[in-house]
Write a protein that binds this ligand. Sequence first.
Ligand code: SF4
Length: 177
Amino acid sequence: MRIGVFVCHCGENIGRTVDCHAVAEACARFPGVAHSEDYKYMCSDPGQNLIKQAIREKSLDAVVVGSCSPHMHEKTFRKACSDAGINPYMVEIANLREHCSWIHDDIKAGTKKSIDLMRFAVEKVKFNVPLSPIRVPVTKRTLVIGVESPEYRQHLMLQMRVMKWFWLRKSLRLVDT
Ligand code: SF4
């Protein structure tokens, strides 16, 4: 497997407490890593283009991005990789921002921890396999345990478009709505 590693500075968000260039250099020495670089804003168009270009030029077949929470940009990076010919599920994210730079102020320790987080993600992506999304029919029924407040129940029912609800109260009495 030829893995590409991309370390994002997030401007100063990660770059202030993590030496991103040193992280990228360390990652370049991990077994299986064929390309490693750092960039200020990896989710920007130029950042995504760096990923696409490296995939094409270095024939990468998996990607690890050290950046923010996957909630923010996992889809972005999956799409960029897919556009460049890699299965989108051959992508792993190491959350350097929320799990490292925002909670530490020691650059040396933050850099070391970031290298460890990247190492874990690189080893994880080696076990990934290309996947295709599938559609699965679901029964739109939900069992909720322990929500006593009628207002919160209403809130849940509005949030989740479920046809049928069952509420299990503390008394273990099943309420069918
Ligand atoms: S990918 Fe995440 S960490 Fe990097 S610049 Fe964008 S928001 Fe910041």
